[in-house]
Design a protein around this ligand. Structure first.
Ligand code: SF4
Length: 182
């Protein structure tokens, strides 16, 4: 049987969801029998997101132009896209900056009002991606097929979500163990 092409993507998140994925420990060896990791910040050096990905776990909210470009490409090239963790599902912590009302007040607060010395706004076009005016969850930008909340989702929840997919079945995202936030 052909292996499933699995990707994981890191948008605006703290990487805690990916750390929880690594907490799968020995089950990672079992997983490796069934999947090829074709793109991931923790398992692949590929710079460009490949075509024909079967399953992708997306960590983090959409907060800047780079996130936006990547998630659109991911959607185009992926059969099953999973919002992986609370930041992807609700925008969570990265969206706290939305309370300031846009990019300009956020940058002013961080770099002018709270800066210690040589206070100035960053301006590195083409190097530092432009912030979006508002941070949003993944499903506001592209269609999401499955939501896996948690901050981060536990390794048990990740396994219970991914394992049925390996058998061609849909995971049942019900009950406290599978859909509790936080
Ligand atoms: Fe980090 Fe929690 Fe967001 Fe995952 S959901 S990226 S653990 S803040």
């Amino acid at each position: 049987m052909a292996k499933i092409k699995l990707a994981t993507v890191w948008l605006a998140g703290c990487s805690g969801c990916h750390m929880s994925f690594l907490d799968l420990d020995e089950w990672l060896l079992e997983l490796a029998k069934h999947v090829d990791v074709v793109y991931s910040p923790v398992g692949s050096d590929l710079k460009d997101y490949p075509e024909n990905v079967d399953v992708c776990l997306v960590e983090g909210a959409v907060a800047n132009e780079e996130n936006l470009e990547l998630i659109r490409k991911v959607r185009e090239r992926t059969k099953l896209l999973i919002s992986f963790g609370d930041c992807a599902v609700t925008a969570n912590v990265p969206a706290m900056r939305n309370m300031l009302g846009g990019t300009e007040p956020v940058l002013k607060r961080c770099y002018l009002e709270l800066g210690d010395a040589n206070n100035q706004l960053p301006n590195f076009p083409g190097i530092v991606p432009e912030l979006l005016d508002r941070v949003c969850p993944v499903h506001e930008v592209v269609q999401v097929d499955l939501f896996m909340p948690g901050c981060p989702p536990s390794a048990d929840r990740i396994q219970a979500t991914v394992e049925p997919l390996l058998r061609g079945e849909q995971p049942v995202m019900e009950g406290r163990e599978m859909i509790k936030f936080g």
